[in-house]
Design a binder for this molecule. Structure first.
Ligand SMILES: C[S@@+](CC[C@H](N)C(=O)[O-])C[C@H]1O[C@@H](n2cnc3c(N)ncnc32)[C@H](O)[C@@H]1O
Length: 227
């Protein structure tokens, strides 16, 4: 049984934020990552979808804040199971909304989202639990709503991180099998629109994966079609 990542993220929250937001601006240094986020939120903005995006596993809110700046017409909300991360997010971005939520329980009304972002947060869900997590995401999205995932790729193996963010805490992250993620998305009812695996860029040590998917029709259901 994996250690609950909440306790680890509570412990590392301040140092995680400092390393990725203060000592350097990780997102500013990654134009390709910003391009994924820009394209994702542009698909929600003004598309006739609910103008609401959930950053699921938002951590200290750096990507929540980035999306909110990029699409002022969209309400961007962050959620995370770690209260330490949420405290950091609220302190840094008092004008944004943050709430407790997780892949198993995103804490939003069914069908209420135009977009759902999982930016390096699905990496803490054991692969056997991923199909159910993606069904939760499907249910939270409006028909035609968009899902963007980013993650480290591999063969779905769990890796015990060594002194994550300088702390002696137990934290397991999965390197997701991109093909398996696509299969799980399609089984949940998503249409996968783009999928990319790219080589690591220092200080990354593993290839990275990105998947953009749209809520379509769940196999065997009488659900609505894509608009
Ligand atoms: C590597 S951090 C990424 C944080 C943020 N998305 C970012 O890019 O800065 C992983 C985040 O996932 C959250 N997390 C862990 N388990 C989760 C779950 N079951 N559902 C949603 N988020 C989870 C952690 O609390 C942590 O904030």
């Amino acid at each position: 049984m994996d250690a609950d990542p909440r306790a680890a993220y509570d412990a590392v929250a301040a140092d995680y934020a400092r390393l990725l937001m203060d000592d350097s601006d990780e997102l500013a240094a990654k134009p390709a990552d910003r391009a994924w986020l820009d394209a994702f939120v542009a698909r929600v903005d003004g598309a006739g979808l609910p103008p609401r995006v959930l950053d699921l596993g938002c951590g200290p809110g750096r990507v929540t804040a980035y999306l909110a700046l990029r699409a002022p017409g969209v309400e961007v909300v962050g959620c995370d199971p770690s209260t330490g991360m949420l405290a950091e997010a609220r302190r840094r971005f008092p004008g944004l909304a943050f709430a407790v939520g997780s892949w198993s329980s995103p804490g939003v009304t069914a069908g209420s989202l135009g977009g759902l972002l999982g930016w390096y947060s699905l990496i803490h869900t054991p692969p056997a639990e991923r199909p159910a997590a993606l069904v939760s995401a499907y249910d939270a999205l409006a028909p035609g709503g968009w899902l963007l995932l980013a993650f480290q790729t591999g063969a779905d193996e769990g890796v015990e991180l060594q002194r994550p963010y300088g702390h002696d805490v137990a934290l397991v992250a999965y390197r997701l099998d991109l093909d398996a993620v696509v299969r799980d998305l399609e089984a949940a009812g998503f249409a996968v629109v783009e999928r990319v695996r790219r080589d690591p860029v220092a200080p990354e040590r593993t290839p990275q994966g990105y998947v953009l998917a749209q809520r379509g029709r769940r196999p065997g259901s009488t659900d609505v079609h894509l608009p």
